[in-house]
Design a protein around this ligand. Structure first.
Ligand code: PEP
Length: 252
């Protein structure tokens, strides 16, 4: 089986002022044990990216944007481009997070434009997909996930330097304290990997598929032990160094 280095990603959402973000980044940096197997990433709000970049300078911890617009520049008041995020030192940009889909009107088509623009800027997109509770109860999970994946990855250049990371985040598990069981998550992750084999061929074996949805120090190890779960996208539990560091340790 190909080796996939797990990625533990913290999404700080709309939390942390610059000073708070700097302090949290420092605690994480100091707490990550040397030689840890996982790659670690944090996504502060835009306003704290520069502060956190300064704090993480010289460390292997990666920086990420939580979202982006797709144009490089222009008269788009309030928007941020992938080029700007790359310039701030972002290695990753999250696209299609369910909170963007729910509150800001993101669709599979706009998420796809963002993903392609992120790749063009030489940054790695993390494409979030996942079903709502109603969709799961109606047994539409695999259908919804397949549509989000295929439409989100449409037009992916065969020769793209960077490969997207996929994050399976059941909407009903985000910020709710409800978590997919390792078996529920593995079933969807294996399905995503089978679709990636059709779309990306051999690159599917090295593509990371993260799980997100109320990951905590208590459930991280069992989720991460599943064969197709290659890391975690962590919201609430990434806002405190102590819980985030325990999840990083659970990745080995
Ligand atoms: C997220 O923000 O992507 C997330 C999974 O949040 P939480 O861990 O709080 O459910």
């Amino acid at each position: 089986m190909p080796e996939r280095t797990p990625l533990i990603a913290g999404n700080w959402k709309m939390y942390k002022t610059q000073g708070e973000a700097r302090a949290l980044a420092r605690e994480i940096r100091q707490g990550v044990p040397a030689g840890v197997r996982a790659e670690v990433m944090v996504a502060p709000p835009y306003t704290a990216l520069a502060a956190v970049a300064g704090e993480l300078e010289g460390s292997p911890i990666r920086l990420a944007g939580q979202d982006t617009f797709w144009e490089k520049q222009g008269a788009y008041t309030g928007a941020i481009s992938p080029v700007m995020l790359a310039d701030l030192g972002c290695h990753y940009v999250i696209v299609g997070h369910s909170e963007r889909r729910q509150h800001f009107g993101d669709t599979n088509q706009t998420v796809n434009r963002k993903l392609l623009a992120v790749l063009e800027a030489g940054v790695v997109p993390i494409l979030c997909i996942g079903e709502t509770l109603e969709e799961r109860q109606a047994e539409k999970t695999l259908h919804v996930v397949a549509e989000q994946l295929k439409e989100g990855l449409a037009g992916l250049p065969g020769d793209a330097r960077e490969r997207p990371v996929i994050a399976y985040e059941p909407v009903w598990a985000i910020g709710t304290g409800l978590t997919a069981t390792p078996q529920q998550a593995q079933e969807v992750h294996a399905f995503i990997r089978s679709l990636l084999r059709e779309l990306l061929h051999e690159a599917a074996e090295t593509t990371l598929i993260l799980y997100g949805g109320s990951v905590t120090p208590d459930n991280a190890a069992s989720l991460l032990s599943e064969p197709d779960i290659d890391g975690a996208l962590v919201g609430g539990a990434s806002l405190k160094a102590d819980s985030f560091l325990k999840i990083i340790a659970a990745a080995g």
